[in-house]
Ligand binder design. Structure first.
Ligand SMILES: Cc1cc2nc3c(=O)[nH]c(=O)nc-3n(C[C@H](O)[C@H](O)[C@H](O)COP(=O)(O)OP(=O)(O)OC[C@H]3O[C@@H](n4cnc5c(N)ncnc54)[C@H](O)[C@@H]3O)c2cc1C
Length: 266
């Protein structure tokens, strides 16, 4: 056996599971296809509830603290709701995920980056075989337990019979550089607007030197998403061409999609 437990995926779920299991004395091997630090399409907002669960100080990777939310956008109404307490830590996933992975490493997890898992199978004795590729090299790792933390398009879920999610979503985001600072009205707030993509939403999440701007919705919104991102960005007087690190992603949207379809039927 290569380990007691193999964790596939080194995002927040995988690195947290790996750290917790290793800290209980088990041998843990974590495989991720990426070389860290790596980025991922995400607003990078960590709720207070989540932060309280982590035995880690997030301040080294916190770029801003939101104490308020603006609901809506200039095409509708902008309704600010401010609090006297923090509601969200704002970070970047490449920084947060690297911090969490380092904590797992310190707990004794054997982390192998650049290992793209191709297949997972279980042999007659109940041992899991995880086949990973780096360049032209295939390596098979074995353990009695596998944790599938490889995200919304999980190979582990596919191969172990959990199937694809019923509903899929799509999102497109980019970073607007703010060399002169984030606009004052957004400095300590995030903005969420449900008046964008049908069944989805648009968001502005301010970070240290940029604003993360995105739109997302049901999978059928995919072909129009670039237009929606340009329209949403333009509502604030910005040009979509100014966005950097533009990324699209396919994600799960089960509950949100179900709720939206139910609302449309009503
Ligand atoms: C557009 C968008 C905005 C979001 N904004 C927020 C937000 O502001 N706040 C919030 O709390 N949540 C947000 N989310 C949700 C959040 O991103 C996810 O809940 C979170 O990333 C899930 O973590 P995870 O560890 O399960 O998976 P992931 O973060 O997706 O990590 C999966 C890991 O598995 C690796 N992997 C995948 N396939 C393989 C493979 N075959 N072999 C090896 N490794 C593999 C990947 O490289 C990755 O490192 C957002 C999601 C989207 C799509």
């Amino acid at each position: 056996m290569d380990a007691d437990v193999i964790v596939v995926g080194g995002g927040p779920a995988g690195s947290t599971a790996a750290r917790e299991i290793a800290s209980r004395g088990h041998r843990v091997l974590l495989l991720d296809r990426a070389d860290f630090p790596r980025d991922k399409a995400c607003g990078g907002g960590v709720s207070m509830k989540t932060a309280a669960l982590l035995p880690l100080d997030l301040s080294p990777v916190t770029e801003r603290i939101a104490t308020g939310v603006i609901l809506g956008d200039p095409s509708t109404r902008m309704i600010p709701r401010d609090h006297d307490q923090p509601i969200l830590y704002l970070t970047q996933r490449r920084r947060l995920d690297a911090l969490l992975l380092d904590a797992a490493r310190e707990a004794g997890v054997d982390i192998r980056e650049g290992q793209h898992v191709q297949a997972v199978r279980r042999d007659a004795e109940g041992t899991y075989e995880v086949v990973a590729r780096r360049d032209d090299t295939l390596t098979t790792y074995r353990a009695r337990v596998v944790v599938g933390a490889d995200g919304a398009n999980s190979v582990v879920a596919r191969d172990l019979g959990f199937g694809p999610p019923e509903e899929r979503g799509v999102a497109l985001e980019g970073n607007l550089p703010c060399p002169n600072g984030v606009p004052p009205w957004l400095e300590h707030r995030v903005l969420i607007s449900f008046a964008t993509v049908p069944g989805g939403y648009g968001w502005l999440f301010p970070k240290g030197d940029h604003v993360n701007v995105g739109v997302g919705g049901l999978v059928e919104a995919g072909p129009g998403l670039r237009t929606e991102l340009a329209r949403f960005t333009g509502l604030f007087g910005w040009d979509v061409e100014e966005l950097r690190d533009v990324r699209a992603t396919r994600c799960r949207s089960g509950a949100a999609a179900g709720a939206w379809r139910a609302a449309v039927r009503l």
